[in-house]
Write a protein that binds this ligand. Structure first.
Ligand SMILES: Cc1cc2nc3c(=O)[nH]c(=O)nc-3n(C[C@H](O)[C@H](O)[C@H](O)COP(=O)(O)OP(=O)(O)OC[C@H]3O[C@@H](n4cnc5c(N)ncnc54)[C@H](O)[C@@H]3O)c2cc1C
Length: 445
C-alpha cells in the first residue's frame, strides 16, 4: 500500500509526488491521459515545439520556475507580452481603419490605458460585493472622460485582456478578478517545449498512465481510489485534477466533500482559452514586433497575433480565442477557424497575404480531462476561494492545482506552488522549493 496517491500528473501532481517521495514516502501517481504534463503539452510532430497548453513563464522575479528551468538547462527566450500588455515591447498597433499607429498615436494610447487602468484599480478597490469586472471597467472609462473612440479602444482592451487572462467574458468575472494579475520581471517562452519541465520532474516517480480515477472513498483511516480498471489504497490522496473536472463531478467522493471545498468548486469559474498557431511559408509582417494588435470594434473577435517564430525557427503567428468566442470556435472545423482568423490579419496586411501552410488549434473546453483552460474568480467568488479549495479534508484529502492557489491562479508556477504546499502539509515540515530539482533529469523527445 502506498503512503500517498496523487491524482493527476500535471505540474502540481508531479511536484507534490516528487517532494513526498524525496521525504521518504511511497507515492503512486494516477493519470488519466497517456502522457505526463496535463495542461503543459508540447506537440513536436512538425519537428519543432508547439506548446498547446502553457507557453510563458509569467514573470521571472521571485518565481520558483526561474531557477528550476535554469537548473534543468531549458533554453528560454524573452517574450514579455504574455499577459496582454499594452506596451513595454514593440507592438504593431492597428487603428479602426486598419492603419498602423504612428509614434504619437502609440504614445497617446499607452497614456490612455495607463489612466484607465489606474482608475480601474480605484474602481475595483471601491466595488461592492457581487459587482463584475465589466462594472468597474465601465466606471473607470466614465471617470476617464474619454470620448467615443478612445473609450471604445479602452473598453475593447479590457474585454480582450479578461478573455485572455481569465478565459471568460468580462461580465462573468468579479470586480477583483484580475487583482492578482501583476507580472514581476520579464516573461519568457521555452523553445525546447514547456512540457520538458513536468516530464523532467516526473523522472523516478511511479506514474500509472491511462488510469482515470472515477471514485475516491475516504475516511480518517485512509483512501480507496477507484479507476475504470483498478483499485488503489493509501493513507491519503492529493487530488490535482482541473477545476473543470471537479465541477462536472468527474470524480465521485464518498462521503461527499464538505462545503468548505464544494463552495469554492461551485463559486470559482473555469474559463476556456484556445490557441490558434498559423505557420506561413514567408513572413509578411514587420520584423522586431512582439505582437500585432487590432484596436477597437474591428478587434472582435480576433485582435492579437503574437510572433512566436523564435520558438520554431519558422514564420509563425499565434492568436487566441477566450470566453464565449473560444467555446464557439471549438464547434467549428479547423478550416473555418483559420479562414476567420485570416480575415482579421488580411484586414491589416492586405488580401494578398497567402494562407498558412500549417496550423495547430486547441480545444481545451471539450478536453474531457480538463473541461476548460484555467480557473477565474467569477462574480460572487473571491480570491480566498482558491486557497479554501485546498483546505485539507479529514486529514486525508489534499487538493492542489492551479485553481487552488490564490496569488497566481491559472499559471504554471501557481500550480507548482500548490503542489509544494500539499507536500509540506503532508510531511509536516518546510521543504525548500529549490530541492525540487534534485535528481530531476532533463527529459525531451
Ligand atoms: C491554452 C493554455 C495556455 C496557457 N498558458 C499559460 C502560460 O503561458 N503560462 C502559465 O503559467 N500558465 C498557462 N496556462 C495555465 C497552466 O497550463 C496551468 O495553470 C497548469 O499547467 C495547471 O497545472 P495543474 O497541475 O494544476 O493541472 P493539469 O496540468 O491539468 O494536471 C491535472 C492532471 O489531471 C489529469 N486528470 C484529469 N482528470 C483525471 C481523472 N479523473 N483521473 C486521473 N487523472 C485525471 C489530467 O489529465 C492532468 O494531467 C495555460 C493553460 C492553457 C490551457
Amino acid at each position: 500500500m502506498a503512503d500517498t496517491i496523487v491524482i493527476g500528473a500535471g505540474i502540481a501532481g508531479v511536484t507534490a509526488a516528487r517532494l513526498l517521495q524525496a521525504g521518504g514516502q511511497r507515492v503512486v501517481v494516477l493519470e488519466a491521459r497517456d502522457r505526463i504534463g496535463g495542461r503543459m503539452w508540447t506537440d513536436r510532430t512538425a519537428g519543432f515545439s508547439v506548446d498547446r497548453g502553457a507557453s510563458w513563464i509569467h514573470g521571472l522575479t521571485d518565481n520558483p520556475l526561474t531557477e528550476l528551468v535554469a537548473e534543468l538547462g531549458m533554453d528560454a527566450v524573452e517574450f514579455t507580452v504574455g499577459s496582454y500588455q499594452a506596451g513595454g515591447r514593440p507592438i504593431a498597433d492597428f487603428d479602426e481603419e486598419h492603419r498602423r499607429f504612428d509614434a504619437d498615436e502609440t504614445r497617446r494610447w499607452l497614456a490612455d490605458i495607463d489612466t484607465a487602468d489606474d482608475l480601474l484599480l480605484q474602481a475595483s478597490a471601491a466595488s461592492a460585493p457581487g459587482e463584475t469586472y465589466a462594472d468597474v471597467s465601465e466606471r473607470a472609462i466614465a471617470a476617464s472622460g474619454f470620448d467615443g473612440l478612445r473609450a471604445a479602444r479602452v473598453r475593447a482592451f479590457h474585454r480582450h485582456r479578461t478573455e485572455e487572462q481569465c478565459g471568460t467574458d468580462i461580465d462573468r468575472v468579479a470586480a477583483h478578478g484580475l487583482d492578482e494579475d501583476a507580472i514581476d520581471g520579464d516573461e519568457v517562452i521555452l523553445p525546447g517545449g514547456y512540457d520538458v519541465l513536468p516530464r523532467s520532474l516526473a523522472a523516478g516517480l511511479d506514474i500509472r498512465l491511462g488510469q482515470q480515477v472515477v471514485a475516491v472513498k475516504w475516511s480518517e483511516a485512509g483512501v480507496r481510489v477507484e479507476t475504470a480498471s483498478d483499485v488503489f489504497e493509501a493513507a491519503r490522496a492529493v487530488v490535482t485534477v482541473p477545476l473543470g473536472v471537479l465541477k462536472a463531478g468527474g470524480i465521485r467522493f464518498a462521503p461527499e466533500l464538505p462545503e468548505v471545498v464544494t463552495g469554492p468548486i461551485e463559486r470559482l469559474g473555469m474559463g476556456v482559452f484556445d490557441k490558434v498557431f498559423l505557420r506561413f511559408a514567408e513572413r509578411f509582417w514587420e520584423d522586431g514586433v512582439y505582437a500585432i494588435r487590432q484596436h477597437g470594434e474591428p478587434g472582435f473577435p480576433w485582435h492579437s497575433w503574437y510572433d512566436v517564430s523564435a520558438v520554431s525557427g519558422e514564420p509563425m503567428l499565434l492568436t487566441f480565442a477566450g470566453g464565449d468566442w473560444a467555446r464557439r470556435i471549438e464547434a467549428m472545423d479547423d478550416d473555418a477557424i483559420v479562414a476567420s482568423a485570416m480575415q482579421g490579419l488580411r484586414a491589416n496586411y492586405g488580401d494578398a497575404v497567402p494562407d498558412p501552410i500549417a496550423h495547430w488549434i486547441t480545444r481545451w473546453g471539450g478536453d474531457e480531462f480538463s473541461l476548460g483552460s484555467y480557473s477565474y474568480v467569477a462574480a460572487g467568488a473571491s480570491h480566498a476561494d482558491h486557497d479554501a479549495l485546498a483546505t485539507p479534508v479529514g486529514g486525508v484529502l489534499h487538493f492542489a492545482g492551479e485553481a487552488a492557489w490564490s496569488t497566481d491562479p491559472a499559471t504554471v508556477h501557481g500550480a507548482l506552488l500548490s503542489g509544494h504546499r500539499a507536500a509540506e502539509r503532508i510531511l509536516g515540515a518546510e521543504i525548500p522549493i529549490a530541492s525540487l530539482a534534485e535528481g530531476a533529469r532533463p527529459e525531451s523527445d
